[in-house]
Design a protein around this ligand. Structure first.
Ligand code: A3P
Length: 296
């Protein structure tokens, strides 16, 4: 689609504040009650949509790169020439919603919305949903660093302060626990595919094969190799269309979106006491979910 990614180039004065929509915090800039209501109640999902869903900082953009590469048989031209917000717009932001509405099908869409705010039209649609999740301790650490440089995220404060907010759901997009539990309810649906950041790290090729299978897309061995190569941290880090270096609402002096790209960086940031406290809350909140995750 050829539309101006308006919120990137005509970005209003940055504000590091959130507003609450149905109990979920969202950035004041680029989001509004009106567009969120539209997304939830009016937006029509189509059977051939592929929607990447995630809690922020779980590997969303990695998945978008992988999907773009799969769609083009491993050829990196599209992901290296089209800005990521244009490839797969976020349906809940004002400009992302407009972009999604102008997107000629088949559409690649993205959202961080919790399931209860996701388009209701989902219930009558065969659209494919890919839910990517990540060890919440690494999500927290990634959020901490991103919040320092992203001009529409609240200043994170100390790790301790952010951790308390994170565990209580007082962060952007609400509680990680509620997000996961909400989306997990769809896990038996044939149009729902669950994958973790940790699985991508452990076996990217095998994961790409599984994603292809879910999408009904067949790739030859050399095309799979090309997807794996071009979705690597190093190559994506150098891809200006994906590495956020062109996003003007980031303070690039304060940090990079493509930061470390590893599993378990939380060990370098949380104290033993903080990690134990996290585990305690995790066990309490995740009781009865019935899914074992790589970090459990
Ligand atoms: P870190 O901050 O831990 O480095 P999201 O896209 O959901 O905001 O997630 C961002 C996280 O995914 C960041 O984690 C980023 O480095 C990581 N990431 C992005 N592309 C990646 C890639 N190709 N390989 C590994 N990690 C990647």
């Amino acid at each position: 689609p050829h539309f101006a990614p308006s919120w990137i180039y005509s970005f209003p004065k940055a504000k590091r504040t959130y507003f609450s929509y149905k109990g979920i915090f969202l950035p004041t800039v680029s989001y509004s009650e009106e567009s969120l209501r539209y997304t939830e109640n009016e937006f029509q999902l189509l059977d051939d949509d592929v929607v990447t869903t995630s809690y922020p900082k779980s590997g969303t953009n990695w998945m978008l790169e992988i999907l773009g590469l799969i769609w083009h048989d491993g050829d990196p031209s599209w992901v290296q020439s089209t800005f990521m917000f244009d490839r797969s717009p976020w349906i809940e932001s004002e400009s992302g919603l407009k972009a999604a509405l102008n997107y000629p099908p088949p559409r690649f869409l993205t959202t961080h919305l919790p399931f209860q705010l996701f388009p209701k039209s989902f219930l009558h649609s065969k659209c494919k949903i890919i839910y990517i999740m990540r060890n919440p301790k690494d999500v927290l650490v990634s959020h901490y660093h991103f919040a320092k440089c992203c001009k529409f995220y609240e200043e994170p404060g100390t790790m301790e302060e952010l951790m308390e907010k994170f565990l209580n759901g007082n962060v952007v997009y609400g509680s990680w626990f509620d997000h996961v539990k909400g989306w997990m309810k769809l896990k038996e649906r044939p149009n729902f595919f669950l994958i973790t950041y940790e699985e991508l790290q452990k076996d990217l090729r095998g994961s790409v094969e599984k994603i292809c299978h879910f999408l009904g897309k067949e790739l030859a061995s050399h095309q799979l190799d090309a997807v794996v190569k071009n979705a690597s941290f190093q190559i994506m880090k150098d891809n200006k269309m994906s590495n956020f270096s062109l996003v003007i609402n980031m303070d690039h002096e304060k940090g990079k979106f493509m930061r470390k790209g590893i599993c378990g960086d939380w060990k370098n940031h949380l104290t033993v006491a903080q990690s134990e406290h996290f585990d305690h809350v995790y066990q309490e909140k995740m009781q009865g979910v019935g899914v074992t995750f790589p970090w459990d």
